[in-house]
Design a binder for this molecule. Structure first.
Ligand code: UDP
Ligand code: MN
Length: 261
């Protein structure tokens, strides 16, 4: 049976591909019923594509600036929106009815297949400004029309933070005040920063975490790792965050590293 739902991630280089590979294995480990799709750009190496193929159901190459279609030509006037534009390509996956986008620096800890019961546009609050959503995890409905509207919007208004999060928050502007079902619980996008900014809340509610998001410089692949003891030697002074980083590295060592060529 053809799958109508898919998890979608993005990697523009081999480093973020490592994150995507661990993410994919974390989804398999919680036995998701849905397809895994990755958007990549041309500079992801041939060897890495081979590894990605072993776990993702679909790899879609998206070309940021050169493909020559009308939207791309118009975006050439706004080169700063390049990476943002790349994420927007997920709306073109119209072979799927509904999808959930996950940043390559997220890690799934419990089965979250119920997210596909939510509507576009559902996302969780951002820790820096909770009236904005964080664009690392979101439920969306692929549509050529929405894609075109997003590109038009990007060209006209730009992005207030220079990235996809600013753009998407302006486009889906009623997120904070509209349908409350579109406001996902924070446990679906637990920002690594929240663990130390509100430790008592993490201690009270953290057991329910479903997806952890290693924002900014807490990226697992940037942490020193001792390959003899197989432990992450992180400098972040939070044992809770260290546990999540260690889980990422455990998956990397057991499932990803043996498949890298
Ligand atoms: N990304 C990428 N290459 C880059 C930067 C970002 O592929 O050079 C993708 C990747 O999926 C990443 C997402 O865009 O998870 C958003 O960027 P990032 O997670 O670094 O931002 P943060 O969550 O730290 O704000
Ligand atoms: Mn991220």
């Amino acid at each position: 049976m053809k799958c109508r739902n898919a998890w979608v991630t993005l990697a523009t280089n081999d480093t973020y591909s490592l994150g995507a590979l661990v993410l994919a294995h974390s989804l398999k480990k919680v036995k998701t019923a849905f397809n895994l799709v990755i958007l990549i750009t041309p500079n992801v190496t041939h060897a890495m594509r081979g590894t990605l193929q072993s776990i993702f159901d679909e790899i879609k190459e998206v070309d940021v600036m050169d493909s020559g279609d009308v939207e791309n030509l118009r975006l050439l006037a706004r080169p700063e929106l390049g990476i943002t534009f790349t994420k927007l390509h997920c709306w073109k996956l119209t072979q799927y009815e509904k999808c959930v986008f996950l940043d390559a620096d997220t890690l799934v800890l419990q089965n979250c297949d119920e997210l596909f019961e939510r509507e576009e546009f559902s996302a969780a609050p951002d820790v820096g400004w909770p009236d904005c959503f964080n664009s690392g995890v979101f439920v969306f409905k692929p549509s050529e029309e929405t894609y075109k509207n997003l590109i038009d919007f990007a060209i006209t208004h730009g992005s207030f933070d220079g990235g996809d999060q600013g753009l998407l928050n302006m486009f889906f502007a009623d997120w904070a005040t509209g349908n409350p079902n579109k406001r996902l619980p924070f446990l679906y996008n637990l920002s690594s920063a929240a663990i130390y900014s509100y430790l008592p809340a993490f201690k009270k509610f953290g057991k329910g975490v479903k997806i952890v998001h290693f924002i900014s410089n807490s990226k697992p692949w940037l942490q020193p790792f001792n390959s003899v003891t197989k432990t992450v030697q992180t400098t972040v002074d939070s044992t809770h965050l260290t546990d999540f980083l260690q889980y990422w590295w455990n998956l990397f060592c057991s499932a990803v590293h043996p498949k890298l060529s």
